[in-house]
Design a protein. Structure first.
Length: 202
């Protein structure tokens, strides 16, 4: 949910000594995103010309390493979005008469759920090694993969090689029957979630 953005205007004195309404700034529209890609922060002003720009990161999710680059420019960047939750950035502008105004924008990051796909089932009469081609999507940061051989025919010595890669190999198909392989995909968030899918080679 987008958060309200209170306006903070500090009155000052114009160059001629009289009072003035002062500059007004806008930090942009709040954003809701499922992507952990960098977010552009674009400020603007009205009722004056900005002499200085200053972006600060007011709040971020616990243990996040996010930060703002080019913080003294009109257009800055929020980098390192790594945890689910709200990132609140504040823009403060000052004009040549010393008038200051502030506004904030909230980036609300809600990553898509992790999904796993272990590939299509295979029916074969060959004892050759079988390639396991898996994939994953969603989550935060880098995805990790783990293949396990859930079941195999009685007496079989079959196993999985390269079991921590998206693409692995089922080797040693030595007895007739079903070999059930499970792929678990996990994201790199502090509170990791995983999804499991299976492929049957019969």
């Amino acid at each position: 949910m987008a958060l309200s953005r209170p306006k903070i205007t500090t009155p000052g004195t114009s160059a001629g000594g009289g009072s003035s309404q002062g500059i007004t700034c806008n930090a942009g529209s709040d954003v809701q995103t499922s992507s952990d890609a960098n977010q552009s922060l674009s400020g603007s002003v009205s009722n004056g010309t900005a002499a200085s720009w200053a972006w600060t990161l007011l709040s971020k999710p616990s243990s996040s390493s996010a930060s703002i680059t080019s913080a003294s420019s009109q257009n800055a960047t929020l980098t390192g979005i790594d945890k689910r939750g709200a990132y609140a950035a504040k823009l403060t502008v000052t004009d040549s008469d010393g008038f200051t105004d502030s506004d904030r924008v909230v980036i609300d990051y809600a990553p898509a759920a992790v999904t796993a796909n272990a590939g299509s089932d295979v029916q074969t009469s060959s004892s050759s090694d079988q390639t396991l081609s898996g994939s994953g999507s969603g989550g935060t940061g880098t995805l990790s993969y783990s293949w396990t051989l859930v079941t195999r025919p009685s007496g079989s010595s079959a196993s999985i090689t390269s079991a921590t890669s998206a693409t692995a190999t089922l080797t040693g198909l030595d007895n007739g029957g079903a070999y059930v392989c499970a792929l678990t995909v996990t994201d790199s968030a502090a509170t990791a979630v995983s999804a499991t899918d299976t492929v049957v080679i019969d």
